[in-house]
Ligand binder design. Structure first.
Ligand SMILES: *[C@@H]1O[C@H](CO)[C@@H](O)[C@H](O)[C@H]1NC(C)=O
Ligand SMILES: *[C@@H]1O[C@H](CO)[C@@H](O)[C@H](O)[C@H]1NC(C)=O
Length: 357
């Protein structure tokens, strides 16, 4: 009995593949929404978009209905690409093995080094969530202990003086800026001691004095991979651990399941930060994918994850992002050429020297 009750509660809040008779009233009930004409009209557009998209048998992924189906676009929080020549503490990456020697499939979740998916809410703090998830995994890989660390600390405390990917806090930033801060600050507080309060986007929170931070773990440095080197990304992912990546998530909002190939190469807009936690080949379609952890709660996509089409390194397509200054970019950013589906191999990094305080 308990099991049944739980199952129906879960069904009420997770995403779904709509049928033609799915109504706005049902949506309002399923997702605990407030009724409004604007929301209803957006919902209708999203519903017919999903129905017609899913009717095509050639598609590699499925569109669904979720918490974003009556909204303009979910919050992201990474407005532009950084001019990378001025990275302060980055080291470069040298791959240790060749592609041919890698396993066919990698999923760091099965190694017990990945925390449950979190939810950034309406705050443009994707950069803080992606950095936190990546650091959590590297601390676990280094020490065997998987902590849930505080994205709020980054939102409240990490300055973004060069305006990289936004102006900081809920207004966007990038992992490299967050690593710089963490190295200087001595590390991270745990989630429980510095909980997330920026969910609505109405506040960045307040940064406590450093002696009041209960630091649990930290990092000693970070590595930034060579831009657009897909082979390096695969090898680092398989041999080092999860990686923070900057992507174009402009059209991810109604992704439900499958291997996503919906990013346009000729009009990329790098605007979001997520975590690569593996790669593999889809059994149904035979398509290769990157396994990506998002920060839009487990009700997005495949239990909070999205799989992006993975091209062979030598066949990786590139696009053009003409709006790195949309938002504010690192001051001085110019047109960039991100490669891979949604730019997934463009700006990739991971922390080093993870330690327990
Ligand atoms: C599906 O793909 C095949 C082969 O590429 C093509 O001939 C066909 O028109 C496609 N069907 C649809 C509905 O797009
Ligand atoms: C959050 O911080 C950014 C950067 O300092 C600032 O522009 C923004 O107004 C802050 N947001 C709030 C709600 O205070």
């Amino acid at each position: 009995m308990k099991g049944l009750v739980l199952a129906s509660l879960l069904a009420a809040v997770s995403s779904l593949v709509p049928t033609a008779d799915y109504t706005y009233e049902q949506f309002v009930e399923d997702f605990h929404k407030e009724i409004s004409p604007r929301a209803q009209s957006l919902f209708s557009q999203r519903l017919s978009e999903a129905l017609s998209f899913n009717a095509n048998p050639n598609r590699s992924y499925t569109k669904g209905i979720n918490q974003f189906s009556d909204q303009e676009a979910p919050p992201r929080g990474r407005k532009a690409s950084r001019v990378t020549s001025d990275l302060k503490l980055a080291s470069t990456y040298k791959r240790t093995v060749e592609i041919e020697e890698l396993p066919k499939e990698v999923d760091w979740r099965t190694a017990g080094v990945v925390t449950p998916v979190k939810n950034q809410g309406q705050c443009g703090s994707c950069w803080a969530f992606a950095t936190t998830a990546t650091v959590e995994s590297h601390i676990a890989l280094e020490t065997g202990l998987l902590f849930s660390l505080s994205p709020q600390q980054l939102v409240a405390c990490a300055p973004n003086t060069d305006h990289c990917g936004g102006i900081g806090g809920c207004m966007g930033s990038i992992p490299e800026v967050a690593y710089d801060y963490l190295i200087g600050a001595g590390g991270y507080a745990e989630e429980w001691s510095f909980p997330y309060i920026s969910y609505t986007g109405a506040t960045n929170g307040t940064c406590p004095a450093s002696e009041d931070l209960q630091v649990k773990a930290g990092i000693g440095g970070y590595v930034k991979l060579e831009e657009n080197n897909a082979a390096d990304v695969m090898v680092a992912l398989a041999t080092v651990g999860p990686l923070a990546v900057n992507v174009d998530a402009s059209n991810w909002h109604n992704y439900e399941s499958g291997v996503y190939d919906g990013c346009e190469y000729d009009a990329m807009d790098i605007d979001h930060v997520v975590v690569l936690v593996g790669y593999g080949t889809d059994e149904d379609t035979g398509l290769d994918y990157w396994l990506v952890r998002n920060s839009w709660s487990p009700t997005f996509g495949e239990a909070g994850y999205i799989r992006l089409l993975r091209e062979a390194p030598e066949d990786t397509k590139c696009g053009v992002d003409t709006t790195p200054q949309d938002g504010t970019g690192c001051d001085g950013a110019s047109t960039q050429y991100p490669c891979g589906q949604c730019g997934v191999v463009f700006d990739v990094s991971y922390p080093t020297g993870a330690f327990l305080a």
